[in-house]
Design a protein around this ligand. Structure first.
Ligand code: IMP
Length: 187
């Protein structure tokens, strides 16, 4: 597929729907981790916009619940599973996953769960660090393409079997800065 600009009619999830769902997720996560320390573990690069908005949503929930807090820490790992193509390849860790994660509550923040292989790899990688707990929050879930079974604790949106871009997600490193999720269509 050649890189094309997403058409406006291919918007799948608008900016306002994204933002309102992320506030809900932030409130739920705040409630679940109240009075604890939590490491948000962002999976680079696709999760960056979601990660930033989710972290602020958790803080907004804290403002609304005076007296309680979630002490958030930020960590990142960079994994690759797509190499300028829409076909998956083997997952590799490029950076991150430090000793800092030992004995912590970790919430993996993903852009999308597709085959599940990235999450499977990450769980195996984290296991040796012996964290207190590991949960998963993904903005998008594409269950049709699942190859391995993975538990997901927080899901923003379940989407159909389509290649999507925007809000952090790319095709050949393009489209990450769209404020909405769009289906990439060839023209
Ligand atoms: P999985 O390992 O197949 O679950 O895929 C996870 C990774 O594949 C995500 O973090 C994305 O980087 C990438 N990916 C999967 N589906 C899409 C898509 O529709 N658009 C853009 N990237 C995708």
């Amino acid at each position: 597929m050649s890189a094309t600009k997403p058409l406006s009619e291919s918007v799948l999830i608008s900016e306002s729907r994204l933002q309102s769902r992320i506030q809900e997720l932030g409130a739920q996560i705040f409630t679940d981790y109240e009075d604890q320390e939590l490491v948000l573990l962002g999976v680079l690069r696709g999760s960056v916009l979601f990660f930033a908005d989710l972290a602020r949503a958790i803080f907004r929930a804290q403002l609304a619940d005076q007296g309680r807090e979630v002490a958030l820490r930020f960590e990142f790992v960079q994994l690759v599973s797509y190499h300028n193509s829409t076909k998956p390849s083997a997952v590799q860790l490029i950076r991150g996953g430090s000793d800092y994660l030992k004995q912590r509550h970790i919430l993996i923040v993903e852009d999308i769960v597709d085959t599940g292989r990235t999450l499977e790899f990450l769980h195996e990688h984290l296991e040796v660090l012996n964290p207190k707990t590991v949960k998963v929050c993904t903005l998008l879930d594409k269950p049709v393409q699942r190859e391995v079974s993975v538990a997901i604790d927080y899901i923003g949106f379940e989407i159909p079997d389509a290649f999507v871009v925007g809000y952090g997600l790319d095709y050949a490193q393009q489209y990450r800065n769209l404020p909405y999720i769009a289906v990439l269509e060839s023209t």
